[in-house]
Write a protein that binds this ligand. Sequence first.
Ligand SMILES: Cc1cc2nc3c(=O)[nH]c(=O)nc-3n(C[C@H](O)[C@H](O)[C@H](O)COP(=O)(O)OP(=O)(O)OC[C@H]3O[C@@H](n4cnc5c(N)ncnc54)[C@H](O)[C@@H]3O)c2cc1C
Length: 326
Amino acid sequence: MKQFQYICPTTQQGVLDVINKPGTKIIAGGTNLVDLMKRGVTAPDKLVDINHLPLKSIISTPKGLYIGALALNSAVAEHELVARQYPLLAMALKAGASPQLRNMATVGGNMMQRTRCGYFYDTTMPCNKRAPGSGCGAYEGVNRMHAIFGGSSQCIAVHPSDMCVALAALNAVVIIAGKKGERRLPFTDFHRLPGEHPEMDNHLAANELIVGVEIPNNHFAANSYYLKVRDRQSYAFALVSVAAALDIENGIIRHARLAMGGVAHKPWRLFDAEQALAGKPVSEDSFKQAAQLAMQGAKGYGQNAFKLKLAPATIAEALKHAAGLA
Ligand SMILES: Cc1cc2nc3c(=O)[nH]c(=O)nc-3n(C[C@H](O)[C@H](O)[C@H](O)COP(=O)(O)OP(=O)(O)OC[C@H]3O[C@@H](n4cnc5c(N)ncnc54)[C@H](O)[C@@H]3O)c2cc1C
């Protein structure tokens, strides 16, 4: 591993003063970044440890829930407020990684984790995300885990997070600090599709720091479910996952929220299916129709074509669980 400088600022301003320099990387829990450094995928000159910043709080606000960027995945998943009011988030977090990893991984780091595409990790292979212009090994190669929505000829990698799928469904807002102050970004606009620039995963600028996320109050606590389909029951990334949340009154769906993981370069919101569910009775038929609608524009690339059938089945099943019909 290349030698690097390690610094540990104790103030947010201290972090913002140094992160803008090329070759500088923030480190939080280190569960992704250190792997990438060991594999030679990234080789920073300077690591800026942000663990001394006061960004661990999980607090109720008049508008909803605020979670600091350094709150641990395990702390969020086990928090009483999250379990009671945002069970979808707790379920998604508990479906991710392992207890040991969740004890190190932070909310900000989880959002910023890189894809698990094998070509991205293997520095002997082409990968436009790791080495722009080198090609995409997965496009016609080993692509069983890859995207069926929103891919480009440059990249069909997926974002691997479970937590982010729930946060996208819950209309979370990302709070970002920069030299000019704070800005807020809808969670669904934080990550980006690969297009011509797959090296960019999201819309965070190099001189910015994620300080927290906010989840607005909602009426989904009684009827939400996170369903993750994977090769092993634990310690495996999603082939397909679905975050489903329903607001039901007298057997009729008032509002629905749906997002998928394991299918795109970003958490994939199913806006058309959500709209189609609004006003429909709670029934398996409504769920199957919405699932079919959600698949418009999906495309398989060979080995991952099975996801074209797996995804709608997972959507319908997640909705059944959310509605209490499973
Ligand atoms: C074996 C294994 C299995 C896993 N399985 C799953 C899984 O099933 N589901 C899942 O969702 N995840 C899974 N993960 C990924 C894990 O959740 C992430 O590694 C973790 O969330 C990253 O958080 P961290 O704090 O350790 O980030 P770090 O490794 O410290 O940082 C990751 C990136 O985030 C940046 N960063 C960190 N904090 C901030 C901030 N506040 N502002 C701006 N940039 C920041 C860093 O610069 C770096 O680029 C797995 C990981 C491993 C190793």
